[in-house]
Design a protein around this ligand. Structure first.
Ligand SMILES: *[C@@H]1O[C@H](CO)[C@@H](O)[C@H](O)[C@H]1NC(C)=O
Ligand SMILES: *[C@@H]1O[C@H](CO)[C@@H](O)[C@H](O)[C@H]1NC(C)=O
Ligand SMILES: *[C@@H]1O[C@H](CO)[C@@H](O)[C@H](O)[C@H]1NC(C)=O
Length: 306
């Protein structure tokens, strides 16, 4: 028993990749010198400066681990795990679904959770219904008084299921209105009817904290949404496989997962963020798979279009 506990403790210790010495340099060195130093090391990722992210509140959701009462878990037959590819990118499997390739910029607004759900819902409406729509993040403003103060993805899926989402042509993203929590039930484009433009979901599912189940769901049904703990080093990410190394804990962030793979022997999840295309690899990031401190697999959700 003690030996087992010790092994568990050691495994957790080795999984923690935060580097106190590197963090000290991050705090002491001027930014450009720190970037040069970091990139001269043989880490699995590179950094750069993204001044436009400096003042932003990077959090926007709470990470709660484990089952949620009333929400179904996806069931998988282990037979399905045998043929999973080593690398998978939903953009390549469904090249006609343009939305999978798109990346948004949430701006200075805690709307990550709403972007995660609206983009997963758009991708899956294309994959499963062959309907090419960009579902409106702005429409979530009609839920709990506005999207900018953070929110819970499960609530967003329930909104999609109960009320549906209109398209971006009807309601484009508008931070000014979002910050005021203004709910407009008509389209900017007067030729579109608000209620006729609604696209609904049918179901929402939790995905277990299990790599094979997550992969099978991505491969079979398309993008999913993940919530994870953000540390400030991720702001500086420019390429490669991200592994938390320095910086302070900020809080919960929500993103869309579009694939997975292995780069230089390191397993990763392929993620589309909502910090614009000038961040990361054209807006995407590869996140090292086993990082318990990120809690990346704690709250995985996805939906089925109606
Ligand atoms: C750098 O890292 C890669 C991948 O982890 C490894 O294969 C390579 O040997 C390393 N090179 C040096 C100079 O440490
Ligand atoms: C950041 O946003 C979250 C909600 O998204 C809020 O709870 C928190 O107070 C904000 N933090 C700061 C420093 O503004
Ligand atoms: C956003 O909404 C505000 C307030 O309703 C409006 O004045 C502004 O023109 C809108 N911005 C865009 C880009 O549509």
């Amino acid at each position: 028993m003690l030996r087992v506990l010790l092994l568990v403790a050691l495994a957790q210790f080795s999984a923690c990749t935060f580097d106190p010495e590197l963090n000290r340099m991050h705090l002491l060195l001027p930014k450009d010198q720190f970037i040069e130093y970091f990139n001269s090391q043989n880490y699995s990722w590179k950094i750069t400066d993204h001044p436009y992210l400096e003042g932003r509140n990077l959090t926007g959701t709470e990470i709660t681990k484990g089952p949620i009462p009333g929400v179904k878990q996806l069931y998988y037959d282990p037979e399905q795990f045998k043929d999973l590819p080593e690398n998978f990118d939903a953009r390549k499997k469904w090249p006609n679904c343009e939305t999978i390739k798109e990346v948004y910029d949430q701006g200075d607004c805690g709307s990550c959770w709403a972007f995660g759900t609206a983009t997963v819902a758009s991708d899956r409406t294309c994959i499963h219904k062959d309907l090419h729509v960009r579902l409106s993040v702005q429409d979530f403003n009609c839920f709990l008084g506005g999207i900018c103060n953070g929110g819970i993805p499960l609530g967003a899926y329930l909104f999609w299921i109960i009320y549906g989402l209109v398209t971006e042509e009807c309601k484009p993203y508008n931070i000014t209105e979002s910050k005021q929590g203004i709910c407009v039930k008509e389209c900017k484009d007067p030729s579109i009817n608000y209620l006729n433009d609604k696209h609904k979901g049918k179901d929402v599912f939790l995905i277990d904290d299990n790599d094979d189940k997550i992969k099978a769901e991505l491969v079979n049904n398309g993008p999913i949404q993940a919530g994870f703990t953000v540390y400030s080093d991720i702001k500086d990410y420019s390429s490669g496989v991200y592994e938390h190394k320095y910086g302070e804990k900020k809080g919960g962030h929500s993103v869309r997962v579009i694939g997975y793979g292995v780069e230089n022997g390191i397993d990763y999840w392929l993620v589309a963020n909502s910090w614009g295309t000038q961040w990361g690899e054209q807006g995407t990031i590869k996140i090292k798979r086993h990082q318990p401190e990120l809690c990346f697999k704690c709250a995985l959700l996805t939906g089925v279009p109606a």
